[in-house]
Each structure stands twice: as structure tokens, then as C-alpha cells.
Design a protein around this ligand. Sequence first.
Ligand code: ZN
Ligand code: ZN
Length: 139
Amino acid sequence: MAITGSCFCGAISYRIEGTLRDARSCHCSNCRKVFSGQASAYALVEPEEFSWVSGKDLLTTYEPKKDVGFQFCRVCGSTLCGLYKGNVHGVTLGCAQEDLDIRLSKHIFVGDKAAWETLPDDGVPQYEEGSPKNKPEDI
Ligand SMILES: [Zn+2]
Ligand SMILES: [Zn+2]
């Protein structure tokens, strides 16, 4: 079964012929801005398993640093995916279908959380910075 996702207005949609992995929530100040919330909710995807179904022309790309970017809907503003070296690297879980068979596996950069955030007491490992296996492109 393919995984699907879409933006708030519905104009942009995608499908993934595969699985998501390494779902994480990053509490750093950059992710607060990118995700317009207290943290990211994001999982990795194999670029070749990902394809846009509709609305690709409505995507806007923002690359805050070399090789790392995000794509969002220019109509409704939903952030749909992250890019690494121009390829889709992962998807925002808020825009993925709601019945995903995946759970967050880590909270990262909790040392940089917003003063107003109360960290969840959900039993999921929390790391002050990146988790031990984080790569530089981790979001
Ligand atoms: Zn939209
Ligand atoms: Zn972050």
C-alpha cells in the first residue's frame, strides 16, 4: 500500500511506494520556524520511492543552507517535504496520511526547545542535541 500525503488546501499531493523511516521530532529553533510549531514531525523517505501526484507547479522551494531545503505550498503554506542535495529527503508527518503505521522514535535538540514548550512525557528517547546516529543533514 502506498503512503499518500497532501497540503492543507489539497492542491498538492504525493505518494510513496515504500516506507517511511526514522520518524523524529526536532525541537530546535530552525524547526520551530520551518514547521510553525513547537517542533518538527518528520520521517525519511527513499527519493526514488517518492513522487508528486498533483500540484507540483505550486511548490515553492526554500534552501536556508547549502544542500538543505524545504518545499511548501504557495497557496496554503503547508511544508510538505525536506530536500537534501535537491532530492526529496523526508516528509513532514503533519501532511502525510493520518493512519500511518509509524511512531516517533526520538525527540532531538530538546536542549534548544522553546521556553513555552512542555516536553512530552511519552517514553520516547529525548536527546539534548542530535541523536548519536544523526547525520549533518538531519532535520
Ligand atoms: Zn496547499
Ligand atoms: Zn531541528
